[in-house]
Design a protein around this ligand. Structure first.
Ligand SMILES: Nc1ncnc2c1ncn2[C@@H]1O[C@H](COP(=O)(O)OP(=O)(O)OP(=O)(O)O)[C@@H](O)[C@H]1O
Ligand SMILES: Cc1ncc(C[n+]2csc(CCOP(=O)(O)O)c2C)c(N)n1
Ligand SMILES: [Mg+2]
Ligand SMILES: [Mg+2]
Ligand SMILES: [Mg+2]
Length: 343
């Protein structure tokens, strides 16, 4: 490391703290004091969460470029704001680095982080920088706002509701699988076959569904919402548990990421595994009353956003189930990414 802790903070954040830009985003005191101070918009409630990216768990040198690490750390956090129907406003970034970390690598991670923040209008207002005896750990805390009382929860689904997702599934897991199989040759980064590039992009540069989340909030037609980090089956179970309902998902209606089947064939994998249990797609999974579906579809198409109905909400006792293409119905286990699952 060529810098001390304070030099590194200045290097990463210095040219981003122009008073004008920050003030226009409601930042009263930005980076440089003991804490940040921001204005609160009248009539809004604060929405807050944090998500971490850990070297070896969320990324490896063969799966993510440095810029991708920063981009995805920010994206996964903005996704949780979208899943609440909130608009992401501010972020705090906690960075733990090995003592011998390369300053240029950290700069690249930050370049990706800022790229995503700028794309979604998020101001980085602070953070923390420490050394660690392990690998890189990057935690983003995100602060957003939602009109008072209008946050979208996991707990509002009702039997008879339609279940929807906001975009294609399985892409991230397919991209990850491809990257892991491709091995360790970093020189191959520029030579991705076109049909696989989008899958890799879904893994390395997921786009949080911020517009869809805010639209769902504005329409008032969404009853339950969650974002897909651990996998569709796992997030569906979270809605079912929180709402005290069951969910019936129709396999035939699941929107597959483009190129998914071809990639699965190449890797001798099951595309449905990626779609149901892969995770990190960062699409939104939600429910809406059947009677509101036409209005919801219209609102989405009005904004050029896709909306896929993939099933319906049932009674609690029925659990989360999958209807196969042949019509048979089977339980959909709450399987997906679990940090502490036995190996
Ligand atoms: N260590 C912790 N201390 C306090 N609250 C926590 C902790 N870890 C998670 N939570 C809270 O538990 C709830 C569920 O967190 P979880 O991380 O599973 O959701 P998520 O962020 O949507 O999913 P993912 O992390 O897979 O993206 C959230 O309200 C979160 O703030
Ligand atoms: C090298 C490598 N191996 C496996 C994975 C898959 N993965 C890791 S964490 C996670 C769930 C989301 O994280 P969290 O629950 O912490 O938000 C998933 C699907 C990966 N990204 N990179
Ligand atoms: Mg989390
Ligand atoms: Mg979430
Ligand atoms: Mg998780």
């Amino acid at each position: 490391m060529q810098h001390d802790e304070f030099g590194l903070i200045r290097l990463l954040t210095g040219d981003r703290q122009q008073a004008d830009g920050m003030r226009s985003q409601g930042v009263v005191v930005g980076i440089g004091d003991d804490a940040a101070v921001t204005a609160l918009s009248p009539g809004m409630q604060l929405v807050a969460s944090c998500d971490t990216m850990t070297e070896g768990i969320h990324f490896l040198p063969v799966t993510m470029r440095d810029e991708d690490i920063g981009f995805k750390a920010m994206a996964s956090n903005i996704s949780d704001m979208a899943a609440m129907g909130a608009k992401a406003r501010y972020a705090l970034v906690a960075l733990s680095l090995p003592k011998d970390a390369d300053t240029e690598q950290i700069r690249r991670i930050y370049a990706g982080l800022y790229e995503c923040a700028d794309l979604f209008g998020v101001a980085v207002i602070g953070g923390d920088t420490t050394s660690t005896r392990g690998g890189i750990v990057l935690t983003v805390t995100i602060l957003g706002e939602v009109p008072a009382g209008r946050a979208l929860l996991r707990s509002g689904a009702k039997p008879g509701d339609a279940v929807f997702v906001t975009g294609p599934l399985g892409g991230s897991a397919a991209g990850l699988s491809y990257l892991l199989h491709r091995g360790t040759d970093a020189a191959l980064w520029g030579e991705l076959p076109a049909e696989t590039a989008e899958l890799v992009r879904a893994h390395t540069r997921p786009l949080p569904q911020a517009a869809a989340g805010e639209l769902l909030q504005r329409t008032g037609l969404c009853r339950a919402l969650n974002d897909i980090s651990d996998g569709l089956a796992s997030e569906a179970a979270e809605i079912a548990e929180a709402s005290g309902v069951g969910l019936l998902i129709a396999e035939e209606k699941l929107p597959l990421a483009e190129g998914l089947r071809a990639c699965a064939e190449k890797l001798a994998a099951d595309p449905l595994e990626w779609v149901l249990y892969g995770g990190e797609d960062y699409q939104l999974l939600g429910t809406a009353a059947e009677a509101d579906l036409a209005a919801l579809r219209e609102a989405f198409s009005g904004e050029g956003l896709p909306l896929h109905v993939i099933g319906r909400v049932t009674a609690a006792g029925e659990g989360v189930r999958l209807q196969r293409p042949d019509g048979t119905v089977q339980p959909l286990p709450k399987r997906g990414y679990n940090h502490f699952a036995a190996k």
